[in-house]
Write a protein that binds this ligand. Sequence first.
Ligand code: TYD
Ligand code: MG
Length: 522
Amino acid sequence: MARQQSRYICQTCGAAHLRWEGQCRTCGGWNTLVETVIRESDARRKVGPGQGSTDRVDLPQSLAGLREAELVRIPTGIGEIDRVLGGGLVPGSVVLLGGEPGIGKSTLLLQAAAGLAVGRASGRADGGAAIPAGRDGVLYATGEESAGQVRLRAGRLGLLEGLPADRISVVAASEVGRIVDLAREARPIALIVDSIQTVTVDELEGPAGSVGQVRECALRLMEMAKGDDIAVIIVGHVTKDGTLAGPKTLEHLVDAVLNLEGERTSTLRLLRATKNRFGSTEEVGVFEMAERGLAEVADPGRAFLAATDEHAPGSVAGATLEGSRPLLVEVQALVAPGGYGTPRRTASGLDANRMALLVAVLGRRAGIGLGSHDVYANLAGGLELDDPGLDLPLCLALASSLRDRPVPRDMVAIGEVGLLGELRPVPGLERRLREAARLGFRSAIVPVSRRGDLPVISGMEVIAVPNLRTAISHAVGAAQAGPSDRNGDHNGDHNGTAPARSSAAAFEARTAGGRDPSRDPE
Ligand code: TYD
Ligand code: MG
């Protein structure tokens, strides 16, 4: 076969150049040239879903006349991964697993490899049938570590004894052509390539990890996946600030993009699908990094609640929904008098712009003036969320920190906050509340629903409030009649709107006793 040539193609205008240059001479775009293999053959065009059948895939057919693609799935045996994939790995699909270096991608995939390989071997009814005939084992191609290092890790994960050890083949290879040849020969159920930043195509001169290399390698792996019906999982290192962005360019090519997230200092890891052609992108998997690899978390609902007994002002529990799974989280805030200059606004795990907006709403609509204070907010457990339902817990945490009065420990808050200081309903309220009740929360502050009904949760008092000011007076008590508290409130929201409660007895109790912080143990 004649050696293929490479050209530098401008990603903006498509002009081809012989050499890399910083600026495209045709369109003037900066940094747009990407090294690309020029093919004489149209080999790539032959590849398409449905290949291998007798259907002519290149002729249009009526929608009614098309055969439905049979979607089989091979379970990895790890429930949380299967959940995120939508039931298991689809043969012939390409999955990109992204995450920061050191977060646990190789660990997770080695464990998944064992599950895939053993499922086949044990003739498991659910897995066995799904695997294309003649497939066996898993091929693990590593360009990051030596085969010996992989063995070391497998030992740590307890995979050296028994079936998995026989059925996972490891090869330290970095040339994608060789990896593809090996896979075609071995015919595994799945090929794992760890990582895309270390594999190269001979025809390209650019270094491993460059956009051209990453894309060409991925294209060849995809060709093989679709043509030979082998599932391919590609690892890609991605950093939060996007400095290793190569894999980002693959996201539209592959069938599914999974991300493994988590804080390096925390042991919790979240597996999320940001794209999935064969399932929902809503589900998350929750893992904990342990001595023997990533373990599924038994009770994900409570995993992100801080485990300490410390109960200080500034901490409020929120309930969020990740796909169909409710998670309870602890929102922490610290408010401190600012020094000179612009006050600081720092948020980790929460959107800092959203927080700045809520600080403004608190000041104007709820009498919580933070204009000259430094404000810090944090989600416990290294979680990163953009659920509007966390607006209310964040606002309550800020108010609680400013007033230095704790919010009752067994209280959870859910709701989006509008610019007028009004509370807006969030989806899945009942599901969130049920999970909170299951985990021992006894009261909840929620927005008044549009229809005026309230979920009735046994063992939990649900307090529906129309606006932020009322929510704050319930959670941290009314303000000590400071005149400044009334300032800036143009909402007229303290006109005696009584909160709705789903528990009448509790209502009597509350109105009799008032909301007295002494009710709280601290
Ligand atoms: P790794 O899978 O190598 O990360 P990635 O492939 O995403 O770069 O995970 C590395 C980290 O995981 C490392 O810091 C050690 C830790 N670890 C455990 O805590 N327990 C284990 O059983 C294993 C294998 C790794
Ligand atoms: Mg790795």
